[in-house]
Design a protein around this ligand. Structure first.
Ligand code: PAF
Length: 282
């Protein structure tokens, strides 16, 4: 596996691959890889001739009081995992390689889409995500890019950005990967102590309960959200940021389960903010 830290190294290698007629897949990550990331890499390896993973903790998507400094990092371990899963190149740039000191250009969706759900408490988050993902698209020029359904709003926003800016890249969404007991895999799970790890199960329990209600025919989105909210509130260590039902494409709130609906949540367990969701087709 090639380890690149410079944009020019990535460009040279990808140019070579494309000259050979090979297709290229991109898996953007912030590192500290877990099985969720590896499922994206596996999917990319199965669909593309060459796979590039980026491993970059992107400062522009963190708010001033968020966990940029403490975000977990282990590049050596990441490389071992990527290599084991057949990744061909990892791009691990310094912040200074990705952002000029006086960088003043951002990519931002100006509809209400990024203001919903996570955007309510993380107002600059999706601008940072769209900016870094656009840069990675310009650097790697992949045919396909792979994103997890756990970050459902991010996935919807990237699809919209790719459409609006004619990137010509196929976005492949991949299912949520869970621990054996249901907890959705996340690099931030590492922040949880034993008691919090146990309490965090309330997210997936609420997801499964909401999913069951929807599968059994409940069409009132508010009733599903209310039942999930009550369940989460019964866990003393949990503090809800949001539990919401929104249209699966526009991310705008809905009252009815009609078409594709995303039921998503963000919940603090102690100081750790975790997300989880499910999609229901009404
Ligand atoms: O989902 C993530 O890990 C990040 O938001 C991404 C897409 C790698 C951009 O920094």
């Amino acid at each position: 596996m090639v380890k690149a830290t410079k944009i020019s190294e990535v460009r040279d290698q990808v140019r070579q691959w494309k000259k050979e007629g090979l297709t290229v897949g991109l898996v953007p990550t912030m590192g500290f890889l877990h099985e969720g990331h590896m499922s994206l890499v596996d999917k990319a390896v199965s669909m593309c001739d060459r796979v590039v993973a980026s491993d970059f903790v992107n400062p522009t998507q963190f708010g001033p009081n968020e966990d940029l400094e403490t975000y977990p990092r282990d590049f050596e371990r990441d490389c071992r995992l990527l290599e084991e899963h057949g990744c061909h190149m990892v791009f691990h740039p310094e912040v200074s390689e990705m952002y000029f000191d006086d960088a003043a250009t951002y990519v931002e969706i100006l509809s209400d889409m990024p203001k919903q759900l996570c955007g309510k408490t993380r107002p600059i988050h999706f601008r940072g995500v769209c900016t870094v993902v656009s840069k990675l698209f310009n650097i790697v020029t992949p045919d396909k890019a792979f994103f997890g359904q756990k970050d459902a709003q991010q996935l919807a926003i990237i699809r919209r950005m790719v459409r609006d800016l004619s990137f010509g890249i196929e976005i492949v969404g991949c299912p949520i990967v869970r621990e054996a007991d249901g907890l959705a895999r996340s690099s931030r799970n590492t922040y949880l102590n034993n008691e919090e790890r146990q309490a965090a199960l309330i997210l997936s329990k609420a997801v499964f309960a909401g999913q069951k209600m929807a599968e059994e025919g409940e069409k009132d989105a508010n009733k599903i959200v209310a039942a999930m909210t009550e369940m989460i509130e019964s866990e003393p260590l949990a503090k809800i940021d949001y539990v919401s039902a929104v249209d699966g494409v526009s991310m705008m709130p809905v009252d009815k389960i009609e078409g594709s609906v995303l039921v998503a949540m963000a919940v603090y367990i102690g100081k750790t903010r975790l997300i989880d969701n499910f999609i229901v087709e009404g």
